[in-house]
Design a protein around this ligand. Sequence first.
Ligand SMILES: *[C@@H]1O[C@H](CO)[C@@H](O)[C@H](O)[C@H]1NC(C)=O
Ligand SMILES: *[C@@H]1O[C@H](CO)[C@@H](O)[C@H](O)[C@H]1NC(C)=O
Ligand SMILES: *[C@@H]1O[C@H](CO)[C@@H](O)[C@H](O)[C@H]1NC(C)=O
Ligand SMILES: *[C@@H]1O[C@H](CO)[C@@H](O)[C@H](O)[C@H]1NC(C)=O
Ligand SMILES: *[C@@H]1O[C@H](CO)[C@@H](O)[C@H](O)[C@H]1NC(C)=O
Ligand SMILES: *[C@@H]1O[C@H](CO)[C@@H](O)[C@H](O)[C@H]1NC(C)=O
Length: 452
Amino acid sequence: MDTRLCSVVLVLIVTAAAWLPLASSQNGVEGCSFEVIDGVVSTCDLQMNGTRFGEASWRTSSAATAIYLGGPKTDSQATNDSSPGQGGYVVALVSDMKGTQRPLKAWLLTNVSSATQPKGRCLEFAYAVSELGVSSLQVLLLTYTSPDVQEALENTSLPLTYTTRSLWEVRSSTQGQWKRAHVTFSTLDTHSLVFSASSNTRFSTHRGYAAVDDITFKGGPCDDDCMFDVDLCTWANTELGDDFDWDVGRSSGKRGTGPSKDQVSYINRHINIITGGYAYIDSGYPRRPYDRAILESRVLPPFTIQHCLHFWVNMNGGGLGKLRVFSRTTDGNGTDILLWGMWESISGTDSWNECQQTVASNEEFQILFEASVRVPGAGDISLDTITLTEGSCPSLPSGLKSSWVDCTFLVDTCNWSLEPPNGASLSRVLRQQHLQPARTHTVSLAEGGVKY
Ligand SMILES: *[C@@H]1O[C@H](CO)[C@@H](O)[C@H](O)[C@H]1NC(C)=O
Ligand SMILES: *[C@@H]1O[C@H](CO)[C@@H](O)[C@H](O)[C@H]1NC(C)=O
Ligand SMILES: *[C@@H]1O[C@H](CO)[C@@H](O)[C@H](O)[C@H]1NC(C)=O
Ligand SMILES: *[C@@H]1O[C@H](CO)[C@@H](O)[C@H](O)[C@H]1NC(C)=O
Ligand SMILES: *[C@@H]1O[C@H](CO)[C@@H](O)[C@H](O)[C@H]1NC(C)=O
Ligand SMILES: *[C@@H]1O[C@H](CO)[C@@H](O)[C@H](O)[C@H]1NC(C)=O
């Protein structure tokens, strides 16, 4: 049991008790570790009943009830099976999702909160997914569009309107083991986060579950994550050894190069507004061919446990250079090790591609993103939503996996050549799979947007 967290939560309850429910403390730590008090798992007033949203509900459980109810055999803070932990957790059971109509999902909602700070909030949590039955566990940002949210939530005869967008998703089983994850998010609207578990219709007869524990909110961004909505976060332009700098932008005003939207707005294109920014290199004048710009992480501690570096790439233009990821140990001889690389065939389109690379190091090190120019003015390379999470990168569904580099092209494959870390030259024309995004150049001035 994390007693430190509990005491912080208690202090918050005392100081925030007189506040309206909307006035969540933006920089303080809030959360729920689903403690068992007098044999009952405390839910910290989280909304476990999905009925109001047309979805199934989550339940509380614990190591003691897992045997007949289903769910992980230990609490997320247990170190081993013989000491399963005293705490509880929440679980979405496939058997509970059967009764509902349409996509078989269960929803758990966090407290209603007002707009986040520009640097966002950090949600941390533990999760476990069993082998079959659950096709995905997602974290959604639910934005309320009803005028009086609290009243609409309490009175079922009032209409409740909202929109959702996906912030995080896992599609692979953890074999019932607890894993930790975090999500950085920002919004101007009154919102809740939703843990949404979807059942796999092919295996819906199986007992399966998705479980969540140790939900914690704190001021954003999380650790070394960066959404590039305000600045470069803990990432920085290299002082020496490159030719120019990365910048933060919100929408490329140029035809044929640069992204029209940041990654989050792109994947939520039905909403059709720009909600954030991204990091990019401007290949225009005075840049010359082969100029390079390097974005570096802070000095990271040794990663003796593998971590997954996850990021999104937009390579739009007719004369793009390379984007490569290196690791650099600080007490070594300064040699950069190429981890990942992606370079142009000829051109790319305005789409965000999701990429990942497992990273480990016995020494302190830095991660570097190096983008280069090929044809000046025709090859802006952009990067967004970098996350570094413990654990090796999940294996990707085979249909989406390239043979050489872990990079999914969930949205658009364009015609990218992927270069393997060993430097052998390989190229492959990947077929285009999906629709192009709507080209919107709207900039939300309300969010301090600047047109680039
Ligand atoms: C939700 O709000 C209630 C009271 O308003 C608080 O006790 C609880 O800790 C909050 N839950 C989370 C997960 O922040
Ligand atoms: C959820 O709430 C509805 C009423 O809004 C109620 O009929 C239903 O039994 C509740 N479900 C659970 C699992 O508590
Ligand atoms: C299991 O964890 C408990 C508490 O952390 C510890 O005391 C015990 O030695 C562990 N048992 C094994 C077999 O590792
Ligand atoms: C719920 O809303 C309806 C419609 O506005 C209203 O008639 C009713 O009195 C409300 N119920 C409560 C308990 O506030
Ligand atoms: C630097 O370190 C790398 C990796 O350990 C090694 O392959 C290389 O030979 C070293 N170079 C020099 C000049 O020591
Ligand atoms: C990808 O390559 C094919 C064949 O060379 C070409 O027809 C297609 O237009 C290209 N797509 C893009 C997005 O460049």
